[in-house]
Design a protein around this ligand. Sequence first.
Ligand code: HEM
Length: 492
Amino acid sequence: SLLVLVGNCMSVSPRKKNEPPLVKGFIPWLGHALEFGKDAAKFLTRMKQKHGDIFTVRVCGHYITVLLDPNSYDAVLDDTASLDFSRYAQVLKQRIFNLRLPNHNPDTERAWMEQHFQGPSLARLSSRMHLHLQTLLREEERSCSPAEWRQDGLFSLCYSLLFRAGYLTLFGTEKSNNVTELAAVYKEFRKFDGLLTKLARSTLKQEEKRTASLSQERLWELLSPAWLSRGKGSESIDHGLNSSSWQQSYLRHLQREGVDTEMQRRAMLLQLWATQGNAGPAAFWLLGFLLTNPEAMRAVKEELRGLALQEDGSLQHHLLDTLEHHSTPVFDSVLSETLRLTAAALINREVIQNTTLRLASGQEYHLRQGDRVCLFPFLSPQMDPQIHHDPQTFQYDRFLNADGTEKKKFYKDGERLKYYTMPWGADKNMCVGRHFAVSGIKQFAFMVLSRLDLELCDPTATVPPVNPSRYGFGMLQPDGDLEVHYRLKTLH
Ligand code: HEM
């Protein structure tokens, strides 16, 4: 096949002295785009085995230098004068979301985001999330009875519940919690999400292009509050004042930044994806690993019992308080281990002026203006056998010390690592919603485990394989699903 040819015809030559080795693809302009898009983890693992921790590949006319040594990541992250993080992000925003923000200031945006996902705002969001999760789960329960098992795919169960709760928390207003609309947003979002990696790589077929753009239009429509469509800009702000959702404040922020109404509408879809696209898949992998690792499930349930809530086992009432006041090291380790195995974002930088990268090994490499640099923490540190023993295997206590405290010491070549797992990215790419994400996933998992009997339909089933086209886009998603059945727990 063509890919075999590509593999056989590769040659390595430095472009200039002191530049990283250049791995030429067989197809001159396209370079390694096909392999990259098909399964970036597999391709980059092969390159790492052949060429080491730094090399340059060609993808669609661009030179991309890939660095895979976590001890050297700071050399890239700290060089903010020569390595720019926002330009390539803008390119992707335009390609995926048709979003152009001409006067965009990434620093103000980030400051706004941080302010709204920490302190009192975070507490308010977490408690709203709790309320919505509880209500949605109650609805789910109402349709179950203690005697009757219901069957579903675990991925669709987790994604749909967390998406809906998260949407109501950030985008809902008191009067807009319309069940039909919620279902429509979720359904349309999943359609769009399914085409997102192809949109980003510009590899949609004609038919898919039409579907993607219809889906986009529909979501812009569904997501824009009535007052935004009616109004012509900033004078419409007041219509939204009496409800103060996160979405409304964000729109006001965009208006202050001078973003026009059309781009405000489009920005909503980007934010829907950033805020709702990862937690559902993460909850799926977490419950999936627990269900397929009985020892881990026992340990988590024991920790849950240790929280000693209400006698009837329903801890819903005080769940949020309890989680705030009790540590849950076993659950935390399970979550870290889950994310180590399934969080796979790429960290991109554009070289805006020639610079020299000094690696931890002492070696120096020139980087050329106009090229891109890319870190892929999923391969290293997360799946690096020199750092994590047997990295393909889920070990629920990997992030626990023998005394039950959080394990933070990991080594490579005898050197202690600053970055031993990076599900949230780093530096300017660090997820601003991570505390909210952890809180939501934890609440969801504990609610499900305490209120439902949840079992695999096939007790010998394993978690499904990863959809390999999603490497580079945050949380991975499964190819297929894991069938489960559940029923309401009988109370003692
Ligand atoms: C950005 C991971 C859940 C809000 C990011 C980035 C990563 C990430 C790696 C950086 C992307 C980049 O710049 O290339 C995750 C993971 C999650 C999760 C693994 C769940 C397990 C959430 C949730 C929210 C959220 C629940 C909010 C409700 C955001 C936002 C950004 C972001 C707003 C963009 C930040 C910016 O523009 O500077 N996330 N995320 N994330 N995340 Fe998360």
